[in-house]
Design a protein around this ligand. Structure first.
Ligand SMILES: Nc1ncnc2c1ncn2[C@@H]1O[C@H](COP(=O)(O)OP(=O)(O)OP(=O)(O)O)[C@@H](O)[C@H]1O
Length: 252
């Protein structure tokens, strides 16, 4: 397989609980893979395995051809793995600029002058430049989400992992966030775990469905969201009901 990110045969279990069951995927720069699945499917665990928070029992995770398994989390961050969280995690008392600067200085390990330039650049890019002096804790939620993305970008990632970042936003704010994600994805490979379906429909190139750590399917967004697997997971539509539904469509 080729790609910016190539995962092969990833396995992880906690006792009886299987969170990754032979997961493989390949992602190019400029692509966004949406990930959906019910609670406990292994979505966050996938990110933990990629970032180095968790150690797989088997499998390979290559970023730009380099094996990440076996490397510490901070080394992976320096090699270009960044993660943005659902609950933004800024230093609340520091300004937006200082937060971006901290990310550029520590995650990307840039020298001071370069880190300062990078911090301004990512604030501009995420639409936060005019709030640079505002303490992060006083930013409204959408701006804290922007800052979470800015911090991820300041680390100069090859791979940006978005962990339910649309959570808590209004529909209009989700659209603003999606527009920003679409702009950012040009330069990185992106995986977006998200419960808000319209966000993934708008931003993802493909959607992967996970359940019990297993990849059930990976397809174009509309096909994936319309699949029996997703309908069963999200709407509780059993197999019989799904067949009836399909038969109804066929004869309509
Ligand atoms: N460190 C751990 N030790 C033991 N069990 C764990 C650990 N991390 C995750 N699990 C379990 O693995 C399963 C998958 O968890 P994970 O957080 O990956 O699911 P998820 O798909 O992200 O779910 P959600 O949508 O609720 O966030 C859960 O049953 C969880 O309790």
């Amino acid at each position: 397989m080729t790609g910016c990110l190539v995962i092969e045969g990833l396995c992880k279990r906690y006792g009886e609980i299987v969170v990754a069951d032979g997961v493989s995927l390949s992602l190019a720069r400029g692509e966004c893979l949406g990930v959906v699945g019910p609670n406990g499917a292994g979505k966050s665990s996938l990110f933990n395995l990629i970032t180095g928070v968790a150690v797989p029992n088997a499998g390979s995770i290559k970023l730009e051809g380099r094996e990440l398994v076996g490397l510490r989390a901070d080394v992976r961050a320096r090699l270009g793995v960044a993660r943005a969280f659902q609950i933004p995690q800024p230093f609340a008392h520091l300004s937006a600029y200082e937060n971006a600067l901290a990310a550029a200085s520590f995650a990307a390990r840039l020298p001071r002058a370069q880190a300062e330039r990078e911090a301004w650049a990512v604030l501009e890019r995420t639409g936060l430049a005019d709030r640079a002096d505002t303490p992060a804790g006083r930013l409204p939620l959408l701006d804290r989400k922007r800052l979470e993305l800015a911090k991820g970008l300041a680390a100069r990632p090859h791979l940006l992992l978005l962990d339910e970042i649309a959570g808590g936003l209004t529909e209009a704010e989700v659209q603003v966030l999606v527009a920003l994600v679409l702009e950012l994805k040009k330069d990185v490979a992106m995986i977006w775990i998200e419960h808000i379906a319209q966000a993934l429909m708008a931003a993802a190139d493909r959607i992967m469905v996970l359940n019990f750590g297993r990849k059930l399917l990976e397809d174009a967004p509309a096909a994936a969201m319309d699949s029996r697997e997703v309908r069963e997971i999200y709407m509780g539509v059993g197999e019989e009901a799904t067949e009836t539904l399909e038969a109804g469509h066929a004869t309509a």
